[in-house]
Design a protein. Structure first.
Length: 145
């Protein structure tokens, strides 16, 4: 049974809720949404891309461990596409978070692309990329230092 496009709205809401959980220190919401297949990938702001279910779970746990408290602020949908076989969102995710060991929360904006595919009658995340590039930067910013 293939999920239908209307089901996608619910999955996007679950995806947003999972971000709220991870900035509160728990990766369980995201783990539940990711593909069970070994071609799953995750590229988050804290390190190199992870490939494979086990490595993605480790990376999600590590990301959640960076946060002690967080509060969602907004999601700005830049683009989205839903087909019977694949869907994606490109968004700006805005939240406030206190990083582990810090006293105060700070605002965070992440540029995120998330790719979904049908698995077991629902949409699952097969790839997520998030980085802090949400404004224009000079060309030199791509150079390794």
């Amino acid at each position: 049974m293939q999920p239908i496009a209307s089901d996608f709205e619910q999955v996007v809401e679950q995806h947003h809720a999972a971000l709220g959980e991870i900035i509160g220190g728990s990766a369980e919401g995201f783990k539940a949404l990711f593909s069970r297949e070994d071609d799953v990938t995750l590229a988050n702001p804290f390190g190199p891309p992870a490939r494979g279910r086990a490595r993605v779970e480790e990376t999600l746990d590590g990301a959640a461990g960076n946060y002690e408290w967080g509060e969602l602020r907004s999601f700005e949908m830049v683009a989205r596409c839903v087909t019977p076989d694949l869907a994606y969102t490109a968004e700006l995710e805005r939240f406030s978070a206190r990083l582990a060991g810090r006293d105060e929360a700070s605002p965070v904006t992440l540029r995120c692309t998330t790719v979904f595919r049908p698995e077991g009658g629902t949409w699952r995340i097969v790839h997520r990329h998030a980085d802090p590039i949400a404004s224009v930067r000079p060309a030199e910013s791509v150079l390794e230092t």
